[in-house]
Design a protein around this ligand. Structure first.
Ligand code: K7E
Ligand code: CUA
Length: 695
């Protein structure tokens, strides 16, 4: 701006107007900012035709930047002009960061992170002083575990379609499940599995989110028991936990949840059947050998011992029968948690096994629920099982035997539909709307597109069960995610290759390199499936992601009412109201009722005595979108995020005297720096004796 201040009084008048506007919370700059925002978003795209000069300009830029025609097309497919929104939202695991990344597609712009298993100061997640509820949620056996190894996010479903309400994610390292409410994108609950230390097949949901599935992985003595490895077969066990979800409360109902005891095979990923296969859960496993490793004793290492046999076991759980058995009181308690024993599961027809090629990884249900696709890390094929054949084999007891624990094993040939060679190291599979499946090939570093067959309704031109094409990715792809690609009606639009190694794709950031999320355009059938964007992920090691149509999400723009408590999703009666601010002292217990609005806190001075036990309540009395304030106290590890309407409470003991400025940590307004105050913690008067011993 080129404004010259002719008269100092003019500047003063303007400042006065500005302050008056800010005090009302409806300020002049705010209105004009909204105006210009509206202008940007309503700028409608008109059909374009490039003039010869524009073609020449574009060509010049492309040549200068060494871009080819494919690059220009890729750029046009992914570029979003300022103010335009993405068509899809991806929720990606943040791996060891213990977070979830929210990414727009196709722009591949990171919109925000959601703190889950790791405290995060910007969101004020875990920085609310003593007894912070986040820190309480993170406690495992009396210890704070302040990180997580997030693997599999899952969106809540209604009739096997994403409904956009809730998001779940598992922490592999500590066997925990988190619930995120998608109205405010905040973690509401973390439950720790009482049976096992770590897990893996978490989280996956049943078609109406009746249950959230947590599959185990490394067998252990359930309930934190002890046994030496020599007693592996006798004492170690796997498990699957079915966490009951209470949609109305937006919480897991721990009291209505239960687990199923499994043999000590290393159970891996799971998926729930839908439509004709609704009621079944499929979970694969490796280490059917029950190898116990021990290279230090000259034994074969786990990697060799656990892949000796040609086949492992897929577990098939009838969760409706399991629920009935649990409700009939047939579960036994381990560490206080109800578990249906293998014996009960066999007697009740809850659990069956079927052989699957060794060391499998992904298990994925086709959109119609008719087939289960299993990939084997050490087998170049995907194995497709028919869920109808599985049901028939269970009904007719078409067994090839039983495992050492007496679980019936369904005959492989009776339940197998087809095996299809795709390439090296197939891991995970997603689907589109045209009858194609997409499988990640870890060792080949490629995405394979292949056709479904059998009873699937879409009939691709290439014929049933055919490998159509492979697109190379860079490099070592783990999971992949397509638009709504694990629902009953995938959109067939975009696919992200979650490539584990990026090697030469980006500027090398020392020996630790980002992962590479590569966007593939899968909209056209046949052999075109180009990579159109590379997005470095320099945080944690993401595993799985889910991609939802953005218009299915209905997030709040501000909290619904002033004084909203996000932990209860309701107005809090303790929330300080405007005009009722102040400090209430009862002995050494001090209650502070504060409000925050652009650009001041009320009160601004708080007088405390050393040793005071402080409860501090703040309401953000703002109703304007994005008018977020922060609140921090240095030296006390306190920082809050006060989003419009939000109420927050924290406690601390004023044990270190001094004069502490507190301030707003969000640049909320022109007078943000002035949004501050002081806490005066007066030292305790020292007795003569105390003074002597201090010397
Ligand atoms: Cu393949 Cu945990 Cu799903 Cu990693 S897992 S890639
Ligand atoms: Cu409020 Cu800065």
């Amino acid at each position: 701006m080129n404004t010259t201040w002719k008269h100092p009084s003019m500047a003063r008048t303007l400042l006065a107007v500005l302050l008056a506007g800010l005090a009302l919370g409806e300020c002049v700059p705010e209105a004009s900012a909204q105006e210009s925002r509206r202008r940007r978003t309503t700028q409608e795209a008109k059909p374009i035709e490039l003039s010869p000069t524009q073609v020449a300009d574009l060509t010049k830029i492309a040549n200068e930047r060494q871009l080819n025609v494919d690059d220009l097309i890729a750029a046009a497919k992914t570029f979003l002009p300022s103010g335009k929104h993405d068509e899809y939202i991806t929720f990606a695991s943040g791996g060891h960061a213990g977070q979830i990344f929210v990414i727009g597609v196709p722009s591949m712009r990171l919109l925000r992170t959601i703190a889950v298993f790791t405290p995060e100061p910007w969101q004020g997640y875990g920085y609310g002083g003593e007894h912070d509820h986040v820190r309480q949620m993170l406690m495992v056996n009396g210890k704070e575990v302040s990180w997580g190894d997030t693997h599999h996010p899952a969106l809540s479903e209604t009739n096997a379609e994403y409904d956009g309400q809730f998001l779940f994610i598992g922490d592999k390292a500590n066997a925990r499940l988190a619930v995120i409410d998608l109205r405010d994108f905040e973690t509401k609950q973390i439950v720790k599995n009482p049976l096992t230390v770590s897990d893996h097949g978490c989280a996956f949901v049943t078609p109406n989110t009746e249950y959230i599935i947590e599959g185990g992985q490394y067998a252990t003595v359930l309930g934190y028991g002890y046994a030496p490895p020599e007693e592996y077969e006798k004492s170690y066990r796997g498990m699957m936990t079915l966490w009951k979800f209470d949609r109305a409360k937006g919480r897991v109902d721990v009291d209505a949840s239960f687990a199923i005891e499994f043999p000590p095979y290393f159970q891996d990923l799971s998926d729930a059947g839908k439509f004709s296969s609704d009621g079944l859960i499929f979970q694969n496993s490796f280490n059917a050998e029950m190898a116990t490793g021990g290279v230090e004793k000259g034994n074969p290492p786990f990697e060799a011992g656990a892949s000796k046999r040609d086949m492992d076991y897929m577990h098939i759980v009838d969760w409706k029968k399991a629920e009935a058995a649990f409700k009939a009181g047939k579960a036994e308690k381990i560490n206080g948690f109800p578990v249906l024993s293998i014996k009960t599961c066999v007697a009740e027809g809850i659990l069956h096994l079927t052989p699957e090629p060794k060391s499998p990884h992904g298990v994925d249900i086709t959109p119609d629920g008719k087939y289960v696709v299993v990939s084997g890390k050490l087998d170049p094929h995907v194995t497709v099982f028919s869920t109808a054949k599985i049901r028939a084999a269970i009904a007719n007891k078409t067994y090839s035997g039983s495992d050492p624990f007496g679980i019936p094993v369904l005959d492989f040939d009776a339940v197998k539909e087809v095996q299809l060679e795709l390439g090296l190291g197939p891991l995970h599979t997603q689907f589109d709307d045209k009858g194609y499946a997409y499988t990640s090939l870890f060792l080949d570093s490629a995405v394979a597109r292949w056709t479904l067959g059998g009873e699937t309704t879409a009939k691709p031109a290439e014929g049933p069960w055919k490998l159509v094409q492979k697109t190379p990715v860079q490099y070592n792809i783990g999971h992949l995610v397509a638009a709504e690609g694990d629902t009953a009606s995938p959109d067939g639009k975009y696919l992200i290759s979650m490539s584990k190694w990026s090697v030469d794709r980006f500027f090398p950031t020392g020996p630790l390199l980002p992962q590479n999320f590569q966007l593939l355009d899968i909209a056209s059938p046949g052999t075109t499936m180009p990579v159109i964007y590379d997005m470095p992920i320099g945080v944690g090691e993401p595993h799985y992601a889910v991609m939802i149509k953005a218009d299915k999400l209905k997030p709040w723009l501000v909290y619904p009412e002033i004084g909203w408590n996000p932990h209860t999703q309701a107005v809090d009666l303790n929330a300080p109201r405007k005009g009722h601010e102040g400090v209430i002292r009862e002995g050494s217990k001090v209650l502070i009722n504060m409000t925050a609005i652009r650009s001041h806190f009320n009160p601004e001075h708080v007088y405390l005595e050393e040793g005071d036990e402080v409860t501090w309540r703040i309401t953000a009395v703002e109703t304007t979108q994005d008018a977020t304030h922060g609140f921090c106290i240095g030296g006390y590890n306190i920082n809050l995020s006060l989003e419009p309407g939000e109420f927050a409470e924290f406690k601390f003991t004023a044990d270190k005297p001094g004069t502490y400025p507190f301030y707003c940590t969000e640049f909320c307004s022109a007078l943000h720096l002035e949004m501050m105050g002081y806490i005066h913690i007066k030292p305790r008067a020292k007795t003569a004796q105390a003074t002597d011993t201090d010397k």
